[in-house]
Write a protein that binds this ligand. Structure first.
Ligand code: SAH
Ligand code: SF4
Ligand code: F3S
Length: 468
């Protein structure tokens, strides 16, 4: 048998790219590839790229410059290194990459990476290979399952893609073009994957999709199931103690998901629900197809169903035509909702999207200034949210030993990292922790019970007010 070949994958962008990278590793394992943490000793380097903002895309070409030098050095020593570009830049600019970067052997898009083994063979035979098709067959049918060892090495929390693609066409966004049309995996495929993960020690599943709450997969009864119904089904799988989902769109929010937050202790009370802007004028220009008040009403419904729920969001500042009044509406909305955390980005014009041709650009200095103001507000809300945890008892899923000796790190229901002094035996358990203090983004506490509580008991602590 030949020596294993080493594979290094570098992923940029969203959680789905993290998931896809693992599936690429799994799919190449039967071909004799083992994953390596460094590009330097790899036989195959895959850049799993993101196209969402200009900065993200630019990284690919600078990284390819470095890899070219590495590949040429290796070739002089008789070591043949292959370079592949996957992900959303591959999908959007595959031909351009082939033209500009002769060092690249394989280009493969997000819907066709199940073909990687064949594409590598084709590149070996013909020099290079490109596949950016949106095939009619479902890639999930062809991807190889991870080995039990691989699952155990990846830890107690895992992503599982349940839905992919987007039909929303927000005017700023490349995702509908790079990931293709919205599609959902059948319930039983997902459940089978989750059972396998749970059997190998995974305790928390984050269901992912570009529009995860648009999920409409075929259920075992032949009917279309919603995300709420899927969550109930997956929560019943032995070993699964926590469920999350990301990213939701306000337009797709339905009662079954909101009610699942009331009825399902395993469904964590923390929802990433991007609103992008607080101005109805800008929301319309973005083609978000909801108003700020629709968003407020959704948040209120969640809070009615699950009083201790917390939210995060994404914001874009400096969308074409955004005035100070529009921006003030965003600040006002953030002030009203009170986020546990949030991401904010400067608008980045993306080739081929309608907003890129809108004109009326916001000057860079204004964008910088608005971003700073928004981030300041979000940071203060996050700090207040974290500070309000001190003195409470929260359930923590312990994930791994921390960098500091003797400490184990886990996550609260709100994804805050929390450290305790404890034995590594607690990894994989949910234990109640008295939160003693916080430092920037981390919490520190003491475990309050020596024995694990029943796995699916949720905290019933009231949610502190976090509005700024
Ligand atoms: N599907 C998710 C978001 C996917 S992209 C949703 O609908 O909310 C993640 C975030 O990147 C978006 O929420 C948005 O805030 C940001 N983003 C997307 N395109 C952008 C662009 N052209 N410029 C700046 N930020 C952008
Ligand atoms: Fe992009 Fe909008 Fe689709 Fe989200 S909903 S992926 S922001 S087009
Ligand atoms: Fe980026 Fe594609 Fe995800 S553009 S954010 S990697 S869907």
């Amino acid at each position: 048998m030949s020596a294993p070949r080493k594979l290094h994958i570098k992923s940029y962008g969203c959680q789905m790219n993290v998931y896809d990278a693992q599936r690429m590793v799994d799919t190449l394992a039967p071909e004799g590839f083992v994953e390596t943490a460094s590009a330097d000793d790899a036989d195959l380097v895959i850049l799993n790229t993101c196209h969402i903002r200009e900065k993200a895309s630019e990284k690919v070409f600078s990284e390819l410059g470095r890899l070219r030098v590495m590949k040429e050095d290796a070739a002089r020593e008789g070591h043949d290194v292959r370079i592949a570009v996957a992900g959303c830049v591959a999908q959007a600019e595959g031909a351009e990459i082939m033209r500009r970067a002769p060092t690249v052997d394989v280009v493969v898009g997000p819907q066709s990476y199940h073909n990687l083994p064949q594409l590598l063979e084709q590149a070996a035979r013909e020099g290079r290979a490109l596949d950016t098709e949106f095939p009619v067959e479902d890639k999930f049918k062809f991807l190889k399952a991870p080995s039990n060892r691989a699952i155990r090495a990846r830890g107690v929390s895992s992503f599982v893609t349940v839905q992919e693609g987007c039909d929303k066409f927000c005017t700023f966004c490349v995702v509908p073009y790079t990931r293709g049309a919205e599609a959902s995996r059948p319930v039983e495929h997902i459940a089978e994957e989750v059972r396998r993960l749970a059997d190998n020690g995974v305790r928390e599943i984050t269901l992912i999709g570009q529009n995860v709450n648009a999920y409409h997969g075929e259920g075992p009864d032949g009917r279309v199931w919603s995300l709420g119904r899927l969550a109930h089904h997956l929560a019943a799988i032995p070993g699964i103690v926590r469920l999350r989902y990301s990213t939701s769109h306000p337009r797709d929010m339905d009662d079954s998901l909101i009610e699942a937050h009331r009825d399902l202790p395993a469904l964590m009370p923390f929802v990433h629900l991007p609103v992008q802007s607080g101005s109805d004028r800008i929301l319309a220009a973005m083609n978000r197809r909801h108003r700020a008040d629709d968003y407020r009403r959704i948040i209120a419904r969640f809070r009615d169903a699950c009083p201790d729920i917390a939210f995060s969001s994404d914001f874009i500042v400096g969308f074409p035509g955004e005035t100070e009044t529009d921006f003030a509406a965003t600040l006002a909305l953030v002030g009203e909702i009170g986020y546990a955390s949030a991401y904010s980005f400067k608008y980045s014009p993306r080739p081929g999207t309608p907003a890129a041709d809108m004109g009326d650009a916001v000057p860079p200095a204004v964008m910088d200034e608005r971003l700073a103001r928004l981030q300041h507000l979000i940071d203060s809300q996050q700090a207040a949210f974290n500070a309000a945890m001190v003195g409470r008892t929260v359930d923590v899923l312990f994930e791994r030993p921390a960098r500091n000796p003797g400490q184990i790190v886990g996550r609260t229901p709100y994804l805050q990292p929390l450290h305790v002094m404890a034995s590594p035996d607690i990894v994989g358990q949910v234990l109640p922790v008295a939160v003693m203090r916080h430092e920037s983004y981390s919490l520190f506490g003491d475990i309050v019970a020596a024995t694990p509580p029943p796995a699916r008991v949720a905290t019933a602590q009231p949610q502190p007010a976090t509005g700024a």
